[in-house]
Design a protein around this ligand. Structure first.
Ligand SMILES: NC(=O)c1ccc[n+]([C@@H]2O[C@H](COP(=O)([O-])OP(=O)(O)OC[C@H]3O[C@@H](n4cnc5c(N)ncnc54)[C@H](OP(=O)(O)O)[C@@H]3O)[C@@H](O)[C@H]2O)c1
Length: 329
């Protein structure tokens, strides 16, 4: 079977190859073997290939934080999934044609779900949900602000904030996105830049903003913080610039703001397996109904992994880059 191998850290397309490896064989007791139908190339996967992610295993290694698969076989004692079921995998190393994992690591998703959307179910929808749930208590009428608002996470934040009555200020790098983000339910859209705080004040009529979601870092963090009310919280959960977040002393000391961090693994780690399954059951239903989705720009075959990762690093994409390791999806 085919599996992606990372041979050296650095520019992702230089270090990756599509290798021929031995088949996995039958599952052992308590194990599940599934065919990988699709996986996305997320910013964290790019960072993993560069060697700048928090996990930096010995090489060669197989990247891939998420995927959707179809169960091919189950070992004795596995009762919650059966051959033919669609599943997502809580474990990594998913850039491959087939995976063998512990039964507890797979979660079944409904058969009616769109395969491309199911491939992106594990990370971004749960991240958007828990950014809204865990950082600051939010009630209907509260305002939040986020950068990378057109990213998959940003769009999901808009969709999940709306039914909670939480209003969103959406910061992006180009005005052409305003229409689609407003159609998703975004309340205010603004361009990032030195005048961000003044533009936001004008559009929100100076409503206090309690939470800023930052995945850009560098000076962009300070620009979001300048839009927050005294006592507001900036939550840094990514770094599209590759820089560390910067905040001014005056917002921290005089404004009483705080800067906190978020990573999905830690947020899920505070929850039991039944709670985690319940989160994905709910998100899976919302994805299957079409309430939650992320646009897709292109799906590549696994042999074209170098082209796929190069494409995933381009700015101004209209959506995610996916790979279909066992044929088109
Ligand atoms: N902490 C966690 O647990 C967690 C979980 C999931 C995701 N994340 C983070 O969330 C962020 C979004 O992920 P995603 O999968 O939703 O992304 P995505 O759909 O691939 O979109 C990437 C976004 O980053 C923007 N961008 C790229 N380079 C940039 C730069 N130099 N400055 C400002 N913006 C830039 C793009 O804007 P343009 O369209 O203008 O190019 C786009 O909005 C990433 O930082 C990711 O690592 C964190």
């Amino acid at each position: 079977m085919k599996q992606i191998m990372l041979d050296r850290y650095g520019q992702p397309e230089d270090g990756l190859r599509c290798a021929e490896v031995p088949d996995l064989g039958a599952p052992g007791a308590g194990e599940v073997v599934f065919d990988v139908l699709a996986f996305p190339i997320n910013p964290a996967d790019i960072s993993f290939c560069r060697g700048t992610y928090r996990l930096r295993p010995e090489l060669p290694a197989t990247p891939g934080a998420e995927c959707v698969g179809r169960v091919a076989a189950i070992g004795s004692g596995v009762t919650h999934v059966k051959p033919g079921d669609l599943v997502i995998n809580l474990q990594r190393e998913n850039w491959t044609q087939q995976r063998r994992v512990k039964g507890d690591d797979v979660i079944a998703v409904s058969d009616g779900i769109d395969i491309q959307q199911a491939a992106m179910l594990r990370i971004n929808p749960a991240t958007a949900l828990l950014l809204l749930a865990d950082v600051v208590p939010l009630k209907p009428g509260d305002w939040i602000i986020q950068n990378v608002a057109n990213s998959a996470v940003g769009r999901l934040v808009i969709r999940l904030a709306r039914p909670r009555g939480v209003k969103t200020v959406n910061v992006v790098r180009r005005e052409s996105l305003f229409g689609e983000l407003k159609a998703l339910g975004g309340d205010v859209c603004v361009l990032d830049g030195p005048d961000l705080a003044a533009a936001v004040k004008a559009q929100t009529r100076e409503a206090p903003i309690r939470l800023g979601l930052d995945a850009v870092s560098g000076r962009a963090t300070a620009r979001l913080s300048a839009c927050l009310a005294d006592g507001g919280v900036v939550c840094n959960y990514g770094s599209m610039t590759g820089e560390d977040p910067v905040m001014s002393r005056s917002t921290l000391i005089s404004g009483g703001q705080s800067l906190v961090g978020f990573i999905l693994g830690r947020a899920l780690g505070t929850r039991s397996l039944p709670e985690i399954r319940a989160i994905y059951a709910d998100l899976g239903q919302q994805v299957a109904k079409g309430n939650l989705s992320a646009p897709v720009e292109m799906v590549y075959p696994i042999e074209d992994i170098k082209e796929a990762v190069a494409h995933a690093q381009r700015g101004e994409r209209s959506g995610k880059i996916l790979v279909g390791p066992n044929g088109p999806v």
